[in-house]
Design a protein around this ligand. Structure first.
Ligand SMILES: *Cc1c(COP(=O)(O)O)cnc(C)c1O
Length: 476
């Protein structure tokens, strides 16, 4: 085969630029990216011709060049970060962006972020203001603390607190509380970065009051409690609660810091979960500084929220690190909105998506699962569909042992394997991330919004159509 014949058949750039479809692409996107796509795709085509020995295939590829250029330029302009449908039943899925923000809040955030705002401008006084001012009073009201601020995430909170209160000194912490948060981030390492020296006391399973007492020296700057949010030590265990440590801390004039991990402001025990330590309880017991994540059980934006005694919070606000760890306008706006929902437990449960999912009644989930199964059956996708009971999890390193009863729409594909279907679902326009169990695809309805059912069913139909076209084009 004389390949030169085919190389010559590749249209030149100036010919392509005359093509009505290419002109349309330039109109829609830009000349720069269309030119780049032309180069990428013609190079690719040349390589293909060099490697392919089938004349018909080569002809086909040359004929499809414009389509490929179109796909490439479209991909260049399509954001890679996109919404996905979470069928895993894990509510705070760290890989899927943890807490979803409510559409109403997003609308408000967009209004604030599109233009200028009073982020750091005091409208009353007509001068510079503080970015924490929008939610500091709210946080104080909700938690009973004297002062509050927020940084980029809770790992930053721990670092900032220790750097402000204990740099160059020692911090006493129980061996049973040296948590690895995930992604290889470990509390001891974060603490080391702050310039504080960690003094570990007790053993993995037991730490006594005296262990803390004996560890206090001239160098001690603070006592630290870390809530072991993502694991539990069970059995022969003992730990010292904040209220017991208060007297010890007072005697030595030391602050007690508590890292709660998850920021719970409502009593989850009322909704059938294990009681998680609440921020207001910690403050009431006498913790001087408490920190927690904004996007775990609080259900807000990624942030590290710090509340406590004013003299300590003031020290943190003045710390140079604060400038490096500060929150942006999106976060400030989102925090104020989510915290406002907590002014009443009723609005929090109704309007904060994480809380709404946690408290979603089982009967409602079952009904929705039935409706999703019906829609999937009608989609024409070849498979068996049924409602199956399953268990949702909180995730995000919160309440690790907790399992909430739920229902899933289960899919057993007929023409393809479960792993193949799972892969196809990941490549959909709006990817669907399911759980797999017993050779079935499970879509836990607890973490799926009703509004998404139609999209799911439509996409199942598109997968079936694609299979059909694939078979009939003889590509199998
Ligand atoms: C999750 C967690 C952190 C880290 O919070 P991020 O907001 O993810 O940075 C720190 N401490 C504890 C105890 C946690 O559970």
């Amino acid at each position: 085969m004389n390949k030169n014949v085919y190389y010559r058949k590749i249209p030149k750039v100036d010919i392509l630029l005359e093509d009505e479809r290419i002109r349309q692409m330039i109109e829609t996107y830009s000349k720069d990216t269309v030119m780049e796509s032309i180069h990428i795709e013609t190079d690719r085509l040349r390589t293909f011709i060099g490697a392919c020995e089938d004349e018909k295939e080569i002809e086909e590829r040359i004929g499809g060049l414009t389509d490929e250029i179109g796909r490439t330029v479209k991909a260049m302009h399509t954001p890679n970060m996109r919404p996905v449908i979470n069928g895993t039943g894990t509510i705070l899925h760290t890989n899927l962006g943890r807490a979803p923000i409510s559409p109403e809040h997003i609308k408000r955030i967009a209004e604030v972020a599109c233009g200028y705002s009073n982020l750091e401008y005091n409208l009353e006084a007509g001068r510079r203001g503080e970015r924490y001012s929008h939610f500091e009073k709210l946080l104080c009201k909700l938690t009973g603390a004297e002062a509050a601020m927020a940084v980029n995430n809770n790992a930053s909170s721990v670092m900032l607190i220790l750097s402000s209160l204990a740099k160059g000194g020692e911090v006493v912490v129980s061996r049973g509380e040296l948590v690895e948060i995930g992604g290889k981030f470990r509390i001891p390492d974060v603490m080391e970065q702050s310039g504080a020296v960690l003094v570990e006391v007790g053993t993995t399973n037991k730490t006594h009051y005296d262990d803390y007492k004996n560890a206090i020296t001239e160098e001690t700057k603070a006592l630290l409690k870390v809530h072991t949010s993502n694991y539990r030590i069970v059995g022969f265990t003992e730990s010292v609660e904040i209220d017991e440590l208060i007297t010890l801390a007072k005697e030595h004039d030391l602050p007690i810091i508590e890292d709660l991990g998850s920021g719970v402001l409502v009593d989850l025990a009322k909704y059938g979960l294990t009681h998680e330590p609440m921020v207001q309880e910690s403050i009431a017991k006498g913790a001087d500084v408490v920190c927690f994540s904004g996007d775990k059980l609080l259900g807000g934006p990624q942030a590290g929220i710090i509340v406590g005694k004013k003299k300590y919070i003031d020290q943190m606000k003045k710390n140079q690190l604060t400038r490096a760890l500060r929150i942006d306008k999106f976060t400030a706006a989102a925090l104020e909105l989510v915290l406002k929902e907590y002014l009443s437990e009723e609005t929090a449960i109704r309007n904060v998506p994480v809380l709404r999912m946690i408290t979603k009644p089982l009967e409602k989930i079952e009904k929705e699962a039935k409706s999703l199964v019906r829609m999937l059956r009608r989609s024409g996708f070849s498979g068996h569909f049924q409602v199956v009971p399953c268990e949702s999890q909180i995730g995000g390193g919160s309440l690790p042992l907790e399992r909430i009863p739920s229902f899933a729409a289960a899919v057993r594909p007929e023409k393809i394997s479960v792993p193949k279907l799972e892969e196809k679902m990941r490549h959909l326009e709006i990817p669907i991330i399911p759980r797999t169990a017993n050779d079935m695809i499970l879509l836990d309805v607890r973490t799926i919004d009703r509004q998404q059912f139609k999209v799911i069913a439509d996409q199942f139909r598109s997968m079936e159509d694609e299979e059909y076209n694939h078979r009939n084009s003889g590509a199998y």
